[in-house]
Design a binder for this molecule. Structure first.
Ligand code: PLP
Length: 233
């Protein structure tokens, strides 16, 4: 028997316990099952066990799975790098994008989101540590880009996302999440409350919840060690 339903139960239990420990309402925290490199059958199993939000990083394999599972009650979140040649497929196939970190890509997504679909939900990816290899906006860049969103009628800016370097200890895990929350508090307005904080992965869900995560993104905790990438584009 597959362990996916069992693992989902365990992760949801972790979320409930962390919410309780930190005085949060667990209904304010959603689990995004990161299904990159997993098959459509594995996703179907998770769906059957009650999981509905799925995160994908590699566009080509994602599109195949979205097509295969059309009609299932799945919500698709793109969490990979957003290159210009991918914006159209993202705009046409996903419900959310967590990883927008360039104004140009935001403009393209806005232009390319089909009129017959609801606005595309967007989080801005923020670089909270000094890891040069990773994408993400600085606080200053994020502030400037948020101002442009009033002109993006096909996008709905929901909040901020971060993908910090792994840290071993709880306090080290909390630090970047704390920074993201503070940035959100500083940039939020009545018009754009930035209510979403997409932060925390399998190893640091609890630290993210302690700092206010509203979407935690877990892959290996649900599906086990990652398969080799099916197609990385
Ligand atoms: C792969 C990935 C995750 C999930 O990581 P796990 O350690 O498997 O939980 C979360 N967020 C992003 C952006 C990812 O690329």
């Amino acid at each position: 028997m597959s362990s996916i339903p069992e693992h989902l139960k365990q992760v949801n239990q972790r979320i409930r316990e962390a919410a309780e420990a930190w005085g949060r309402d667990c209904d304010d925290i959603q689990l995004l099952a990161v299904s990159k490199t997993r098959t459509a059958d594995e996703i179907a199993e998770a769906l059957k066990a009650g999981q509905h939000l799925f995160g994908e990083s590699y566009l080509q394999e994602a599109l195949e799975k979205i097509t295969a599972l059309r009609g299932a009650n799945a919500q698709w979140h793109y969490i990979g790098r957003v290159q210009s040649n991918k914006t159209r497929a993202i705009a046409e196939n996903f419900d959310w994008v967590h990883s927008v970190d360039k104004a140009k890509q935001a403009r393209r997504l806005n232009e390319q989101r089909p009129q017959n679909m609801p606005p595309l939900n967007v989080c801005l990816q923020i670089k909270v540590d000094e890891e040069e290899s990773k994408g993400g906006l600085t606080a200053k860049e994020a502030e400037a880009l948020i101002e442009e969103f009033s002109g993006f009628t096909r996008l709905r800016l929901r909040g901020l996302m971060t993908l910090p370097a792994p840290a071993e200890d709880f306090e080290g895990q909390r630090r970047p999440f704390c920074e993201l929350r503070r940035l959100r508090d500083r940039l939020a307005t009545d018009e754009i409350p930035l209510e979403t904080l997409s932060m925390g992965m399998s190893a640091d869900i609890e630290a993210a919840i302690a700092e206010g995560a509203t979407i935690v993104r877990a892959g290996t905790a649900i599906f086990g060690p990652r398969n080799p990438v099916i197609s990385r584009n």
